[in-house]
Structure formats: C-alpha cells, structure tokens
Design a protein around this ligand. Structure first.
Ligand code: TAP
Length: 471
C-alpha cells in the first residue's frame, strides 16, 4: 500500500492544512493501491506564495545554472525510472512493457529535449533598433490527466523550469503516484525551494483554486474538452494565459499504394496500446472502400491477437483506468451496436476468462463518419474503420471532425503523402510513422490551443518584451 499523504511545498514535504484522504484504486484488481491527501484552497495559497517568492531568484538564474539542475534531475530520473514505471502500472494499468518503455521514455525524452532546447535558446535577439527579450511568464499552474502520467507531467515541468518559471503541479486523483515520485526526484536533484510545488486533490477544488488564483500567471492543462472550457472561463477574470491540450478523434489514412494488411494491423495494435486512452490515438482508420474486406480481416486478426490481462505480466493491453471509464466505453460499444455499425472484433463486456478489473475487449467496428462512435472521442480500445472512395474523400472525412489534434498518413508515394498531410486540419501529422520530440504538438479546432514539445513548448512559458532604441 502506498501512502502519499504529504504535499510538496516550498522545498519540504508538508501535511495538508485540513487532513482528508482518498483511496487510489488499482484498475486491474479493483483493490486499494494507496492513499493520497485531498488538498484545499488554503494549501494552494501556500504553494502559490512559495512559488511567487521563489520566482524572484529562479527567473534570473543563468542558462548554466538551469542546465545543471536539469542534468541532475536527469541522473535521478534514470536511477528511479523503474519505480516510476511500477507506479504507473498500479495507478492506471499500463502493461509493464509499455510502462517501462514508452511511459517513462516519453518523460525522459521531454527532459532531454528541454536540455537541448535550453542549451542554445535565444532569450535575447536584436531586430533592427530593438532588443527582443523572452522572459519567464511567472508562476504556472500545471494540471495533468491520468492517461500518460509521466508524458503529460514532464512535457510541462521541464520547459517551465528551463524557461525560468516556478510552478504548482496538480496531478490527477486517479493516477497520483508517479507524480509523487517525480516530486521526490526534483527534491533530491536540488531544485531550489518553492520553484516546484505539488498539491494533490480534486480538480474542482485544487484545479479551480489555481485557475482563479490572483497570483498565478498561466495555466497549462491537458485533459477533457469540458474541463478545458471551464478552466478558460475560470482564468478569464485574472487574464491568465491558458494552454489547452484536449481530445481528438484522429484519422489514420492508409493510401492505396500502402501495404494494407500490414498498416491496418499496425494501426489496430497501436490503438489498443494504452487501452486507447491516448489523446492522439488513431481512432478512425480510413481505408480504400474497395479493399474493405481485406482491411476487416487484418483488423480482426490484429485485435483478436492483442493479449489482455494483468498489466504486471507479459501482455499487450491492461485495463482502462477506472470503473467510470469502463462504463463510458461500454456505453459507446452499445451505442455502436444500436447504430448498426458492423462489429468486427471485441464487443461488450470483459474479455473471456477475466471477471475482475476494468478490462475491455479490443474492439473494432466498421462504420461511417456520421455516427456517434465515428465522431466522438471514446478514450478506450475501440477502433472504427471507415471506407473512402478516393484521396479527396479520405481528406474530407479526416477533416470532418470537431477535433484537430493528430493525423496519420501512410503510403509509398512520398509526394502524395506530403500533399495529404498538408491538407489535414490538425496540428500534428505523422507520415509513415514519423516521430520527433522537437516537433510542436497541439490541436486545431476543439483539440485546444498552444503547442507543447520542443522549442514551441518553451514559448508557452515565456513572455516577450521589446526594448526599443536598443541599437
Ligand atoms: P479531466 O476531467 O479533464 O481531468 C484532467 C485533469 O483536470 C485532472 O487533474 C482533473 O482533476 C482536473 N480537473 C477536473 N476538473 C477541473 C476543474 N474544474 N478545474 C481544473 N482542473 C480540473 O479528464 P478525466 O476525467 O481524467 O477524463 C475524462 C475524459 O477526458 C476522457 O474520457 C477523455 O476523453 C478526456 N481526456 C483527454 C486527455 C487528453 S490527453 N486530451 C487526457 C485525459 C482525459 P481530478 O483529479 O479531479 O480528475
């Protein structure tokens, strides 16, 4: 049983002002995995005061001082990454191979990227008679979700630290363990008191207290669209900058010249990887309508081949994060059946042989883009396949969405792949599996605003000052 009852404020582990705790449930076993404290607005006040005090010193540290700290964190993160992975397995059910691999790897990647960007980031540049300075924005509230706990946390903390900001992290109640270990890492690595603070608790209490706080300068949020809208409203009265990374219903376009079975198989397995709980998941698979039977066979084989079970073991897919999330996904599967979508694999209920834990069957439907399961973000292991007539039709389907986070294009004709990617209305398009930690990541339309990752993620935490008459 993990007991994480203290908050990290002003460089020390402190008790909440009003003691109140909550259980954290392991979604694979439904057993209590640990306890955290639930904070209050008064705890947030202490953390913000500490962050404001620390800002005066941290904001004027040199590039070298910040690099030293980030490199110390890197050494400590590497030393404890196995512990982080174990925490992630318990808190949100990621399978061990994914937790020890991609989950901790994404966190490490954002840390390394922040170091690389900081090394030669142009904080000052002269343009004509003007000196343009980029200065840290101030005290930042970082509000994160449970689905990729280290990715979402590290992609905010490290650029914020590198930029010279101070911060308060509010981890998700459903997956609070790995953040607690990360706070220990920052402490051991020597991050000065007050620069990084962490208060656990509910979004409605801690999140709201941060978004409305007079002395918080910006909020960086990743999570659902509804909460993103609420945070924007809450932050409006104090004119904070708000960065939002919200949901998606991202299309994978498999072009006619691509190896269809191989691509469908890869996209299906990829969709199931984190139990479909990925904002950029390729949850709409667009294939040539004339080759639908071939696509169905490949998707069925791939989905049926996904091993589901105890995430500590050697499986490809663990449970979804919670009972509530399980029920949402079951409702969508039911909706798909009611809408008359063709069920290709999976379906309602737990996988055969599993009677405990929030496990969902890897599910594939064939449908059209005007159905509920074709349009809404399910955030579970449910893939929809949609047929297209020609390339223009594929792009029209891909862009016919309220979201605009990610897109995927796979094909052999490089010029065609590039032209399709150019026409997709999303902030991030991966062509033939392309991946880059330095590439800006963020959404068009209702998928959010602002960009994270790499140098663009840095700018989120910086103000721009013009000093005229400089030269
Ligand atoms: P959210 O409710 O959006 O939670 C994300 C974070 O925001 C959590 O830390 C949450 O705190 C906090 N929060 C909740 N209400 C808040 C408020 N009024 N003010 C400030 N912060 C607040 O997401 P969820 O419940 O975890 O998941 C619901 C749906 O969101 C999913 O089904 C999925 O569609 C979507 N989602 C998207 C993403 C990405 S990456 N785009 C990630 C996760 C979820 P708590 O600790 O109280 O939850």
């Amino acid at each position: 049983m993990r007991e994480y009852l203290k908050f990290y404020i002003d460089g020390a582990w402190v008790d909440p002002i009003t003691p109140r705790s909550a259980d954290v449930i392991n979604p694979a076993t439904e057993a209590v995995a640990g306890q955290i404290s639930l904070g209050s607005a008064a705890d947030v006040d202490l953390a913000v005061t500490a962050a404001r005090r620390a800002f005066a010193g941290w904001s004027i540290t040199s590039r070298e001082e910040r690099l030293d700290i980030l490199q110390a964190i890197q050494a400590e993160y590497a030393r404890r990454q196995s512990e982080i992975a174990d925490a992630i397995i318990e808190e949100m059910g990621a399978p061990a191979s994914l937790a020890h691999g991609f989950h901790v790897g994404l966190g490490a990647g954002h840390l390394q990227t922040a170091i690389e960007v900081l090394k030669d980031f142009p904080f000052e540049e002269v343009r004509g008679p003007t000196l343009i300075r980029r200065e840290p924005i101030g005290v930042c509230a970082l509000i994160t979700p449970w689905n990729w706990p280290m990715n979402q946390t590290c992609v905010k903390i490290f650029p914020a630290l590198a930029a010279g900001c101070t911060m308060i992290l509010k981890p998700p109640q459903l997956a609070p363990f790995s953040a607690q270990i990360l706070a220990e890492i920052l402490h051991t690595a020597g991050v000065p008191a007050g620069v990084f603070n962490m208060v656990q608790g509910s979004g409605s209490v801690i999140g709201t207290a941060l978004s409305t706080h007079q002395d918080v300068d910006m909020v960086s949020f990743t999570g659902s669209e509804g909460v993103g809208v609420q945070i924007s409203k809450d932050a409006a009265d104090t004119v904070k900058r708000v960065g939002l990374e919200l949901g998606g219903k991202s299309a994978v376009i498999v072009l006619d010249d691509a190896a269809l079975a191989e691509n469908v198989s890869g996209a299906t397995a990829g969709m199931m990887g984190n139990s479909g709980q990925t904002c950029s998941a390729g949850s709409r698979l667009l294939v040539p309508a004339a080759r639908m039977e071939e696509a169905i066979a490949a998707a069925r084989a791939a989905a049926d081949g996904v091993t589901v079970g105890d995430p500590k073991g050697n499986v490809a897919m663990g449970p979804v994060v919670s009972k509530a999330q399980y029920n949402i996904i079951q409702d969508y599967i039911r909706k798909g059946l009611d809408e008359g979508a063709q069920l290709v694999a999976g379906g309602l209920g737990r996988p055969d042989g599993i009677d405990k834990g929030w496990f969902v069957k890897p599910t594939v439907f064939v449908t059209t883009n005007d159905t509920v399961i074709g349009r809404e973000e399910i955030f579970g292991p449910v893939l929809v396949i949609i047929g297209y007539d020609d390339v223009d039709h594929a792009i029209a389907i891909a862009n016919d969405s309220n979201f605009g986070l990610a897109g995927y294009v796979n094909g052999l004709d490089t010029e065609l792949v590039h032209s399709v990617a150019r026409r997709m209305r999303t902030g991030w398009v991966s062509m033939n599996g392309g991946f880059d930690f330095h590439a800006p990541f963020g959404g068009y339309k209702r998928s959010g605003n602002g960009r994270e990752w790499g140098e663009f993620g840095f700018h989120e935490y910086l103000e721009v000052k013009s000093m005229l008459g400089y030269a």
